[in-house]
Design a protein around this ligand. Structure first.
Ligand code: HEM
Length: 232
């Protein structure tokens, strides 16, 4: 029964909340002054931004932001390759997931941990942080940690051969939870926490993923000048 909830019910709830939430938030100003007002010209509310912390010491971000973003991008591509490879029995694709996913996971862990520590130890950054700044990082560190733990400590790999067909069954609307029944507990936990994370996603600053790089096509130019030039 629990497998049916977590591997059939929850994925569909997540897909609906994830897509519906982003669209609704994009056009409704849900989280700003005109709460809930549907407006096609809204193009996201004022909290759509990630509220850059760069002006509190660009140096303190260091390579963290770079590692965090490249890490998650690499993980996305690796998961995609692994699931397609798992569904179609393509061993080299699943192996790609194993090693590239591992590298991406470590890169991401480094960047995300640094980003979290920075929010706690730098007073100005701490003062401007909202709960979702911490919650998203904690979510991602836990998910990433479970993935890495399974690969590096338990040394279990190849769950993609079950997860790939299971994800296929969800998207073809013929859900089959039994495909995940034999997966190790740690991997089930990895997926369940990820599904809760993606359902929470539309209500956080992470919606900025939906605007990059599209905003750049329509927005007006921003004039960038070096500080030295301004002093002249
Ligand atoms: C619903 C979303 C997700 C699903 C269904 C999923 C599924 C999986 C599966 C099945 C594996 C094991 C692969 C195998 O044994 O063949 C895995 C590994 C892994 N996952 Fe995920 N995952 C999801 C989201 C995430 C996210 C958001 C992160 C990062 C924050 C992540 C990081 C990792 C890492 C680091 C590994 C280990 C990779 C390796 O060592 O090669 N996963 N994931």
């Amino acid at each position: 029964m629990w497998d049916n909830f977590f591997f059939i019910g929850l994925p569909y709830i997540t897909v609906v909340v994830f897509i519906g939430g982003i669209v609704y938030r994009g056009f409704s100003s849900m989280m700003s002054v005109q709460r809930g007002k549907w407006d096609l010209s809204a193009r996201g509310d004022y909290l759509w931004t990630t509220r850059s912390t760069g002006f509190f010491g660009r140096a303190s971000i260091g390579p963290a932001s770079l590692c965090l973003h490249w890490g998650i991008l690499i993980l996305f591509v690796a998961h995609l390759a692994g699931f397609i490879g798992g569904a179609y029995e393509l061993t080299s694709w699943v192996d790609f997931f194993r090693w590239v996913g591992f590298a991406g996971g470590i890169l991401f862990l480094y960047g995300a941990t640094w980003a979290l520590v920075r929010r706690v130890v730098i007073p100005q950054v701490k003062a401007m942080s909202t709960p979702d700044d911490y919650i998203v990082l904690l979510f991602l560190i836990v998910i990433d940690g479970l993935g890495l733990y399974q690969a590096a400590v338990e040394m279990v790999f190849g769950i993609s051969y079950s997860a790939g067909p299971w994800i296929g069954s969800i998207f073809t609307l013929q859900p089959d939870a039994s495909m995940m029944a034999g997966a190790p507990f740690i991997n089930k936990l990895h997926i369940i926490v990820s599904l809760f994370f993606f359902a929470y996603f539309p209500f956080t600053k992470l919606v900025h993923v939906g605007s990059y790089p599209f905003g750049y096509i329509t927005r007006s130019f921003i004039s960038m000048r070096r500080y030295l030039a301004l002093k002249k």
